[in-house]
Design a protein around this ligand. Sequence first.
Ligand code: ADP
Length: 493
Amino acid sequence: MIISIDQGTTSCRSILFDKAAEIIETTQKEFKQFFPKSGWVEHDAKEILECQTEVLHELLTKNGNGYLQEIKAIGITNQRETIVAWNKKTGVPLYNAIVWQDTRTTNYCQDLKDKGFEKLIKEKTGLLLDSYFSASKMNWILENIPEAKQLAAKNNLLFGTIDTWLIWNLTDEKNHFTDPSNASRTLLFNINTLEWDAELLDIFGIPRNTLPTVKQSSDNFGTYTYNGHSFPINGVAGDQQSALFGQCCFEKGDAKNTYGTGCFMLMNTGNSKIASNNGLISTIAWQIDGKTSYALEGSVFVAGSGVQWLRDGIQIINNATETEDIIKDANPTSSLYFVPAFAGLGAPHWNMNARGMLIGLTRDTNRADVTKATLDAMAYQTKDVLTAMEKDAKTQLNTLNVDGGACNNNYLMQFQSDLLNIPVDRPICKESTALGVAFLAGIQCGLWKFEELSKIRTNEKLFLPTKNQNEIKSKYNKWNDAVERCKDWEVNV
Ligand code: ADP
């Protein structure tokens, strides 16, 4: 058996998988979110550690301690980009963890853009010069927490993404390690040379001695001991890359889409990086046996959160699950479109002044139509991202593997398949993120062979395209028309 530590943005979970990759137990606990100022988002790193340890111990002691003998290894997957700084001597964090969503360094990033660094940074890291990624957050800590520079000067400052923070605290050896999928989200890791990059460190003013050693994604990260039992930490990956692995997207051109609050689509681009010309980012997917796999990544800001808005904002539904039933009353000939650009549009449109829009309202439009338009928007936005990805990768996707809360909506998955005109494959195990690092840890400790994994992933339902493609094309054209109409709304007023 393998335990996955799944350290997410709002909760800590531990999941126990057996050799058939079935979930045996899950434990979960939420932790606090701090919003000290507008645009600032922080977590208490100590609380994360305590919360994660608590759910880990809860799982280890289940079944009358019966699992302890069975567990072969631990995998860690985590919220990406979020950064912690701590004192090497005392282990005490200097400041709260600065979360990926935090935009306090937007102006700093703009200054670097004005100085002309964007192109170089994109070539080296595959990323955009944005406050989202870790480096500007690290710079903020060095510039604003006086102790940080003092400690760095004495070689006593450690930085880490959440995987690194957990590894350092959980391993008996106090290892300061990370994996390439997490390192590739910092803006400091050169994804071509696979090293921390001196020029990037210089641009962001980050001392080299504060950064962790980069191991492979399946590797020996150290030993965790509980109650006399020792478990190797054998797999580490950032959450989206882990989901790509858990979905067994091992071949060049394979892709998965996660339908959560937003959507995250990743496509495996094989052993070479593909630079995007369409607003996507390039990232390391994983590194195993000395081989590095790369991915293209695109995200949709508003997906499931559009459904939450129906529930909490305009209150026309009671819960997300009932949407599938509600839309049975929708008018099949209605041409209502909802572009949920609540805070602008991401890839591939990149229009921050776009605002949300419902277009095509008629006197008989009802809540079923609005609900259907909201679900449809998830599928349309996914097609927008996939189209950009296919252009960049010069390939056509064969099948889309799906996961995340909203993939349980059968209407949505069927419409997605019709819209993309390819099969949509929903696995039995929807916990792809946790499964990915279980696989990574499992191949390192010998529980599975890499070649076996694709057979272990089992499909729950395959959605095949059924609709007339001319009809689908005209719907998609109409969607694109709607998207164009909501662009630059903010500057028009
Ligand atoms: P996250 O990990 O981003 O918190 P989840 O993967 O747990 O998200 O998915 C939850 C999101 O999916 C919510 O925004 C919810 O509105 C949406 N969702 C969940 N179930 C359904 C459903 N059956 N139909 C449509 N949307 C759903």
